[in-house]
Design a protein around this ligand. Structure first.
Ligand code: PEP
Ligand code: MN
Length: 337
């Protein structure tokens, strides 16, 4: 449930209610909003707890949270969450653009990409150092060496680094180098990993599992929020359907749906969502039109030679043209890109 404090409630009243929530066996999370402060009281609820909290001084009302996800829901927090991680801002007026290769392949490759995507308007650099590959014989990533190349590219360009963390035991290592930890689609329901990134000081980009429902995605986000990390961006990257004309099916209705259900920002990945370079630009434009707070796009200096996902990567020119088109839509919708 949520304890909604009266407008102008004092800090002492808020602190007192936090203690009351704890003493009733629930976990308090204080959310200071523009209009009101609410204390989310999370845990196994009992009817008598509501009455006990309602009588607290400075309390306006106590409401149930109907959604199964609590901290992620708009019932708890009406103001949209704006995430800032270095040069990347997601969730405000600005549409974040995370771009770069699927995999970090060499120092030169990631540096060239960083310079090119930055000059075309990217606000963060992506690149996988730990790669989740379907086959154990495919390129698995440069691991820590790749993280070092990413950090050097940040040094050279000022772009924030977004990179995947695949395992709980790697969270502290990846957090040393990354500005944003990407939890990949295959790991969306790896609950230990979600708890671990929830304890990291870094923002998290949580990708939707290819067969996960919206509710499962939001409950996965809830794990991260509940572990103490409020900076979670959700990423629609396509789901598995009977369709074969695209690698995955990219449902853009999830952007509108998520905006109705959660305060967390929503990023769209048209690269994995379509799996074909020629479909990416139009779907990137459509994502911005649907209200996406950010895009994540695979860009490679020479997609034909990419060590992973070249068939869905844009070259530098295609990326620049795509962003120029997206920008027109963003401007029409009063957003900055
Ligand atoms: C990626 O971003 O390169 C990636 C592996 O994405 P996903 O987890 O969505 O498949
Ligand atoms: Mn990829």
């Amino acid at each position: 449930m949520i304890v909604v404090m009266k407008q102008g409630a004092s800090q002492a009243q808020i602190d007192h209610m936090v203690e009351r929530v704890q003493s009733l066996g629930l976990k308090p999370h204080v959310l200071v909003g523009v209009e009101r402060t609410v204390i989310a009281a999370i845990g196994q609820e009992r009817p008598e707890q509501k009455e006990a909290l309602e009588s607290g001084s400075g309390v306006a009302e106590v409401l149930p949270i109907l959604a199964p996800y609590k901290m992620a829901s708009v019932e708890v927090k009406r103001d949209r969450t704006v995430i800032r991680a270095g040069s990347l801002e997601v969730g405000g007026a600005r549409v974040g653009v995370i771009a770069g290769p699927c995999s970090v392949e060499s120092q030169q490759q990631i540096l060239d990409c960083a310079h090119a995507v930055k000059s075309a308007g990217a606000t963060a650099l992506r690149g996988g150092a730990f790669k989740p590959r379907t086959s154990p014989y495919s390129f698995q990533g440069l691991k820590e060496q790749g993280l070092k190349f990413l950090a050097a590219a940040r040094e050279a360009t000022g772009l924030a680094v977004v990179t995947e963390v695949m395992a709980t035991e790697d969270v502290s290592l990846v957090s040393e180098y990354a500005d944003v930890l990407q939890v990949g689609a295959r790991n969306m329901q790896n609950y230990r990993l979600l708890e671990a990134v929830g304890k990291s000081p870094r923002a998290v980009l949580l990708k939707r599992g290819p067969s996960a429902t919206m509710e499962e995605l939001l409950l996965a986000a809830e794990y991260i929020l509940d572990a103490g990390n409020p900076n979670v961006m959700l990423c629609e990257r396509g789901i598995r359907t009977f369709e074969a004309h695209t690698r995955f099916t990219l449902p853009l209705a999830s952007v509108a749906y998520l905006h109705a259900k959660t305060h967390l920002p929503v990023v769209v990945d048209p690269s994995h969502g379509t799996g074909h370079t020629y479909l990416v630009p139009d779907m990137a434009v459509a994502s911005v039109a649907a209200g996406a707070d950010g895009l994540i796009l695979e860009v490679h200096p020479d997609p034909e030679k990419a060590m992973s996902d070249g068939y869905q990567s844009l070259n530098f020119e295609q990326f620049a043209n795509t962003i120029a088109r997206c920008r027109k839509v963003a401007t029409a919708l009063d957003r900055v890109m």
